[in-house]
Write a protein that binds this ligand. Structure first.
Ligand SMILES: NC(=O)c1ccc[n+]([C@@H]2O[C@H](COP(=O)([O-])OP(=O)(O)OC[C@H]3O[C@@H](n4cnc5c(N)ncnc54)[C@H](OP(=O)(O)O)[C@@H]3O)[C@@H](O)[C@H]2O)c1
Length: 453
């Protein structure tokens, strides 16, 4: 019987003879794990508790050889032999017995270097690290191809949702036209609570932290950075081009107020943090920002900390992938799934999935050249001529108005709030209109400027 062993096996042959297994049985696949936190402990736990099943599916015994952590003395949430733990990266990266390195520690350095070292040592890599894959993925994949090893990164985007494997295998016959996603659970939870309970953002963030959906420092999520890393990976994979996070237009959800949800609903929209990429002749569009999403669109119905990715391919049409985008268990599902897939191909001596070849000639369109619709919330003096002045700005910028809402005057300062949505226009014109309106004498503030998706 094949089992997952947590006892180190120096080499497959010795292990096999100790067990009295027939010598023709394949030697175990030795795995080094980097990180034993939220994700890593669930990966180790799955390997411990479900060993025989995993090994049967992999067609080879999976053996956890070493686990790299920062602090070997730290109390762990799972029971694990202290002998397995190390704080010395070379015990994994330079260990000739280790064939696969699973990195679930996170952050750019030293993890990028560790992954590079593993590849150069001829080891396959599985990583959940979106920062490393977004910033350095194409180079690491090129290096891996040069060493005839593979880098798997299903868990780096969308936690447990099978995204990378879907692009890498099931959608291979397609030219991907666009990918639109709600890909950050924290912001989706926060926006959802602002919409349903009318909470100010600070309160919704605090609630998300208490519920375990937001980090103590939530700025990566709220500022749209996390979604940008994920979109960089998705766009690179979808089009086989190198899309860097700093080429993606990014706006966080910081400026949104509870009143925007009321106006949005009145107009037939929800508000979501949208990551969107779309193919254009010779270039691609890639942007992350909050947007009004039609209540009819599936992305408007993504609730709580869930993620959803909407893909359009020329052959398959539209595909929607939905699920838990974070959390130790869903993410471990992706990591261990990668391990089984990789183990099968290693033992068969084949690469089961096509490798990437990135086209350097295709770039990202500057945001000003992108066409989109916009929503403006404007506070103005309640007096004649204001609408005409605002209408003139839009007309001069070539932006045509789609809808318009005006609420009653505020009794104390005689101002009113205007909400304007536009037809599709160049982003540069929409921005220019926003700046010019803010300078008009009767305009107190352009309090909100959002895209309409
Ligand atoms: N958590 C999620 O829901 C989720 C979802 C999708 C993807 N991911 C990705 O998965 C990765 C891990 O996330 P996590 O939430 O599990 O992180 P975590 O709970 O903070 O755990 C990090 C682990 O890595 C170890 N570690 C960190 N830096 C290290 C270093 N320099 N050398 C050795 N060990 C180091 C830590 O060791 P100590 O325990 O000794 O401190 C800890 O065990 C990240 O890339 C994250 O983006 C996470």
């Amino acid at each position: 019987m094949l089992v997952v062993s947590l006892a180190p096996a120096a080499d497959g042959a010795k292990y096999a003879s100790e067990l009295g297994v027939v010598t023709s049985a394949p030697r175990p696949l030795n795995v080094g794990l980097i990180g034993l936190g939220t994700v890593g402990s669930q990966v180790a736990e799955r390997m411990l508790s479900w060993g025989p099943q995993l090994s049967r599916r992999a067609g080879v015994e999976l053996c956890l050889q070493k686990v790299l952590v920062r602090d070997v003395a730290k109390r762990r949430t799972i029971e694990i032999s202290p002998d397995l733990l190390t704080a010395d990266p070379s015990e994994i990266l330079e260990n000739p017995a280790v064939e696969v390195v699973m990195e679930v520690a996170g952050g750019d350095e030293p993890m990028r270097s560790y992954i590079e070292r593993a590849i150069h040592a001829g080891k396959h890599v599985i990583t959940a690290n979106k920062v490393v894959m977004a910033k350095h993925g194409p180079e690491l994949l090129d290096a891996a191809a040069g060493k005839n090893v593979d880098v798997y990164f299903e868990a780096a985007v969308g936690g447990g949702i099978p995204l990378i494997s879907t692009f890498r295998t099931d959608l291979q016959a397609n030219r991907i036209e666009r990918v639109s996603a709600v890909i950050n659970g924290t912001t989706n939870y926060v926006l959802g609570r602002m919409a349903s309970a009318g909470l100010p953002m600070a309160d919704a963030v605090r609630e998300a932290q208490e519920a375990g959906y937001a980090e103590a420092d939530p700025s990566d999520d709220i500022g749209g950075f996390d979604a940008t890393y994920k979109l960089a990976i998705l766009a690179s994979i979808a089009y086989e081009i190198k899309v860097r996070p700093d080429e993606i237009y990014r706006e966080g959800i910081e400026g949104i107020e509870p009143v925007d949800f009321r106006y949005a609903r009145e107009l037939g929209y929800a508000i979501k943090l949208i990551a969107h990429t779309q193919r254009h002749p010779g270039r691609v569009e890639a942007r992350v920002h909050p947007a009004l999403v039609s209540l009819e669109h599936p992305l408007a119905r993504v609730e709580g900390a869930e993620n959803a990715v909407f893909v359009e391919g020329d052959l398959v049409g539209q595909v929607l992938l939905v699920g838990q985008g974070a959390g130790g268990r869903p993410t471990a599902s992706a990591v261990v799934g990668d391990l089984i897939d990789l183990a099968r191909s290693i033992r068969r001596g084949v690469q089961s999935r096509p490798s990437f070849s990135f086209d350097d000639r295709v770039g990202v369109i500057p945001i000003g050249e992108v066409k989109t619709r916009a929503y403006y919330r404007i506070r103005v003096d309640d007096r004649p001529g204001v609408l005409a002045a605002i209408g003139q700005v839009f007309a001069e910028e070539g932006v045509s108005i789609s809808s318009f809402i005006q609420k009653d005057a505020w009794s104390h300062d005689m101002t009113v709030e205007l909400v304007v949505t536009t037809h599709p226009s160049l982003e540069a014109s929409l921005q220019k209109a926003r700046e010019r309106m803010a300078r008009l004498e009767p305009v107190h503030a352009v309090s909100a400027f959002l895209r309409v998706f």
